[in-house]
Ligand binder design. Structure first.
Ligand code: SAH
Length: 495
């Protein structure tokens, strides 16, 4: 692998990046909103921090190691990016021996004497309380099934922190604010956000941290990643993150988070895990795709013989599309849960003030056929051993925009813009340069690879490692959208 000092690295990377604002270190500097740089970034520690290596659980990390470990060197070795495949390979997917979840799915289908929707299948597979995919294990990193941006580099969480602090400033620096993360995974994004903003004491002092997480196992991982401790005051117990001293609360859904405080919401790779309905155009018009049992008791897809109740969501989604867009489509995916959660977000922001940042891989338009399953960094069939692979679908950002706008005139929706534009405008080039000043060669290599994965496009051109680990850039496939209360004006960097 070629090695070079930071400036040379950026010169070599920059011309190959797409997405406008990350064209080069100097172009990012020009586009940086004046109130971010250097006032915010300059106060970040310029030492790379250690983040949980993908192969170990966050709970096993050694506090002492924090100042001298690599900034995520171990985070970078995985090359599969689950945004790349829309059509999984066909192959036999008969389960070898039935797991609890498979037995459960089969019993639902038998009990109903008919197939279940893809949405119901997806919901059971991912979040069934007993045996859902997310419920009993840490699925991230090298030893898991897939890797996400916060696990790739500390810079991701730090820059989301810049976004949150700017919004807090625009809100008039309220003394108390609800910081809500939807689907925090290992808690890495939030940990990097809190470490990065540690010097902004008025901001961190204001935080009430609320994590919306359905998985008890991941809640424990988040507790450790955020260095949480339980404090007792008589009979009262509260949990506090030692990263910033803020209280931390967990909830199974957004509705359960107490309202009444100005709010900052972050949702990274949360919406893609929400259950989708799939529809297919046929001679009888639009039919819902369902999951049924074949004669040999394996799962198979069928089309619903009669109209399903979910057609109402299809017709709602189609109202936001042009007839030209609809004419071209043979299949459509609709995510009512994403619409519902967006409405809750918009409602909360409209009454409490603040804003939300949603980042996910997806499309600014109707999604056709994107559902995919990934196990151990490889794509597998959606019906193959349900519960042992992640299921996710492209996020329909147009549907999110309209769902939010319908709730209230007090909110505005901004974007989507690409992840590359978002991180470029928030100052990732400054950040990588600062970290590069203070690191060894191995760390520099990690930073460079992480930088590429976050803002690059396609395969990294500088990679000389194993082919199956070539870093794939997420810069243009991931999109960011902000929903804010109009009182605050346009959010950084969407103005
Ligand atoms: N944001 C993290 C993790 C993304 S994976 C990251 O970028 O690394 C999706 C996360 O959402 C997991 O933590 C999963 O347990 C959680 N999740 C999925 N569906 C959920 C639901 N319906 N309610 C609450 N949490 C959910």
């Amino acid at each position: 692998m070629f090695r070079s000092p930071a400036a040379a690295l950026l010169r070599r990377l920059a011309p190959r990046l797409s997405g406008g604002t990350v064209g080069s270190a100097s172009s990012a500097r020009r586009t940086l909103p004046p109130h971010i740089a250097p006032s915010v970034l300059a106060r970040f520690s310029s030492t790379p921090t250690s983040s949980p290596p993908p192969s170990s659980s966050a709970g096993e990390r050694d506090d002492e190691a924090e100042d001298h470990e690599l900034p995520g060197a171990a985070r970078l070795s995985i090359s599969v990016d689950r945004s790349g495949l829309c059509t999984p390979p066909e192959h036999s997917h008969e389960p070898s021996s039935d797991s609890e979840l498979i037995k459960h799915l089969k019993s639902i289908i038998k009990f109903r004497s008919g197939p279940i929707s893809v949405a119901e299948y997806m919901e059971e597979v991912l979040t069934n309380p007993q045996s859902g995919y997310y419920m009993n294990r840490d699925v991230f990193g090298e030893s898991g099934d897939f890797i996400t941006s916060p696990e790739v580099s500390q810079m991701f969480g730090e820059l989301i922190g810049v976004w949150a602090m700017c919004l807090w400033e625009q809100m008039g620096q309220p003394e108390k604010v609800n910081l809500i993360e939807l689907g925090p995974g290992r808690g890495t994004l939030l940990a990097d956000l809190l470490r990065g903003s540690a010097k902004f004491v008025n901001f961190t002092k204001a935080l009430n941290i609320n994590l919306v997480e359905c998985s008890p196992t991941l809640q424990k991982v988040q507790y450790n990643t955020l260095r949480c401790e339980d404090e007792h005051d008589g009979d009262e117990k509260r949990t506090v993150s030692k990263l910033c001293g803020a209280p931390v609360y967990w909830h199974a859904s957004l509705e359960q988070v107490p309202s009444g405080l100005p709010t900052i919401i972050v949702a990274h790779e949360f919406f893609d895990a929400l259950p989708i309905h799939q529809f297919q155009k046929g001679s009888r018009g639009w039919c819902e795709k369902m999951v049924d049992l074949a004669e040999d008791s394996s799962f198979r897809f069928v089309l619903s013989p009669q109209p399903t109740a979910s057609l109402i969501f299809l017709s709602k989604r189609c109202q936001w599309a042009s007839s030209e867009e609809l004419e071209k489509l043979e299949q459509i995916e609709v995510c009512p849960k994403a619409m519902e959660i967006t409405e809750q977000i918009a409602d909360r922001i409209s009454s409490d003030g603040g804003g939300a940042l949603i980042i996910d891989y997806g499309k600014n338009g109707i999604v056709s056929d994107s559902l995919q399953a990934i196990r151990k960094h490889k794509f597998v069939h959606i019906l193959d051993e349900p519960g042992s692979a992640d299921l996710s679908a492209y996020v329909d950002f147009t549907a999110i925009k309209h769902s939010a706008e319908e709730v209230s005139d007090d909110i505005s929706v901004h974007g989507p813009m690409t992840q590359s534009q978002l991180l470029g405008s928030l100052g990732i080039n400054f950040r990588v340069e600062a970290l590069m000043q203070n690191c060894d060669e191995k760390q520099a290599e990690s930073l460079r690879t992480g930088y590429w994965r976050l803002v690059g496009d396609g395969e990294a051109p500088f990679w000389e490692g194993p082919d199956d680990q070539t870093p794939i850039g997420m810069g243009t496939r991931y999109l960011a959208m902000a929903i804010v209360n109009k009182k605050q004006g346009s959010p950084v960097p969407f103005e």
